[in-house]
Design a protein around this ligand. Structure first.
Ligand SMILES: [Fe+2]
Length: 446
């Protein structure tokens, strides 16, 4: 049984040369990215780090070049004519977003790439999209789309001041003016954020950026500052400047992803995986343990309280998209075994605060089988009375022994996340970061 007749899913967004995966066609970088593809056997040591989001070759072992390997290889490709930076510098391999009647492939080091589906089912890159010249620099791969208004909220981070810039797009996809955040005082790896109906929330974590180290020490630009006290920044959702931004120190909180947030009386509640060992993010992702936490920021007292809601190693967590920015009950997260390999998906009841273990349903994919981020697809998206968990979880799963990939459709309401459809894919689908489910009617209007 298909989730609905009029839907189509694209993704995952990690690509590998020679595979049938989804990849933007206009970017040589995007067309050749392979650093995050863990399922393809290789003689070259590969790992997935924050640099993977920036450089396609960042995970390669050191070379004899005096330059960092990723810089040297990129330079070589420019010199040999394989790669023209004028056509784009990013990978567009991290996520997808649909807003303003356009579909974008996103990587946080570059502009969004606009896409469309051709009549024969191919995915065509329309090009880098600068929103009529209003977006001149890179943008997060995790914009937040308000399900009620269609507005998109986003940001960019970088090496030079302002290290963080917040902005939004109206419901027609028209970009609104930048809000530079100068109170972000150090360049920080800021991969994701959260919004409520009234606020945007940023995590200023211990993983930072250092351009000088990248050039002089042949290192990736990302590094850990263990002396830094992590902070959470809160700014009004429609802020025109940062005058009302507030920062709250949150020792021990290194949230790379944010799952959801909402306003609650005089507080903000955010659900997010906290990376317990942030140093491992840089080189040994397989040692990372992500603890999903419920973080409460009391805007009156300034007190921040945190509560772990599962002991399991969980990340790539999603919700019913209709609940973005408002209080929700269910979170669906991928289980790392170890990260970034995903051995299954669990369902958490985040309202169940009395118990530390909030998992209420789970499905493991089986020995040698690994998947990607799940995505929730509502059974009745137009029905406002439908239960929050009335829908399906979809994900690609690859069987490494059989060499087969399947597209799984799971019943999100069932205690074992029952598989209601499993579609064998004609070719291997590589593991990826994030995916998106787009209705066919929306695709047809691109
Ligand atoms: Fe991400």
């Amino acid at each position: 049984m298909a989730p609905t007749r009029n839907t189509f899913r694209v993704g995952p967004t990690t690509c590998s040369t020679g595979t049938a995966c989804f990849t933007p066609l206009g970017s040589p970088e995007a067309a050749r990215c392979s650093a995050a593809d863990m399922s393809r056997p290789t003689s070259t040591p590969l790992s997935v780090t924050p640099a993977t989001l920036y450089f396609p070759t960042s995970s390669l072992a050191s070379t004899a070049s005096p330059l960092p390997p990723h810089v040297a290889l990129s330079a070589a490709r420019v010199l040999t004519g394989q790669y023209n930076p004028a056509n784009g510098i990013g990978l567009a391999n991290t996520s997808l977003a649909f807003f303003g009647d356009r579909l974008y492939a996103l990587g946080e080091s570059d502009l969004p790439y606009s896409l469309r589906l051709t009549s024969n089912g191919d995915i065509e890159t329309l090009g880098r999209h600068d929103f009529d010249g209003k977006l001149s620099m890179n943008m997060t791969a995790h914009p937040k789309i308000d399900p009620d208004t269609g507005e998109a909220f986003a940001f960019r981070y970088g090496f030079i001041r302002p290290f963080l810039t917040y902005f939004r797009f109206d419901s027609n996809g028209v970009k609104q003016p930048d809000v530079p955040i100068f109170s972000m005082v150090t360049p920080t790896f800021l991969h994701d954020f959260a919004i409520t109906k009234k606020h945007a929330i940023f995590a200023d974590i211990q993983i930072g950026l250092n351009l000088i180290d990248m050039i002089t020490k042949r290192a990736t630009p990302f590094g850990l500052d263990p002396s830094k006290v992590p902070r959470i920044g809160v700014i009004p959702l429609y802020a025109k400047d940062e005058s009302e931004m507030r920062w709250f120190e949150v020792p021990g909180f290194n949230g790379v992803h944010a799952t959801n947030a909402w306003d609650e009386d005089d507080a903000i509640v955010m659900v997010a995986p906290n990376v317990l060992s942030a140093e491992h993010v840089l080189e040994r992702v397989d040692l990372v343990h992500c603890l999903v936490e419920k973080v409460r920021i009391d805007l009156k007292t300034g007190i921040v309280t945190r509560q772990p809601i599962s002991t399991r190693n969980l990340d790539f967590a999603v919700i019913n998209p209709a609940y973005l920015g408002r209080k929700n009950k269910y979170v669906y997260a991928a289980e790392g075994d170890p990260m970034p390999k995903i051995s299954g998906v669990v369902k958490l009841d985040v309202s169940n605060v009395e118990h530390k273990e909030c998992i209420v349903a789970s499905r493991m994919f089986g020995p040698g089988c690994y998947g990607g981020e799940p995505f929730f697809v509502a059974r009745e998206p137009e029905n406002p009375e439908a239960d929050e968990d009335n829908g399906f979880l979809v994900s690609y799963v690859h069987d490494e022994k059989a060499g087969e990939s399947r597209f799984l459709v799971m019943d999100a309401k069932s205690p074992q996340l029952d598989i209601v459809a499993a579609v064998r894919m004609p070719r291997r689908v590589p593991y990826g970061f994030h995916g998106l489910f787009v209705r066919e009617s929306d695709l047809n209007n691109l």
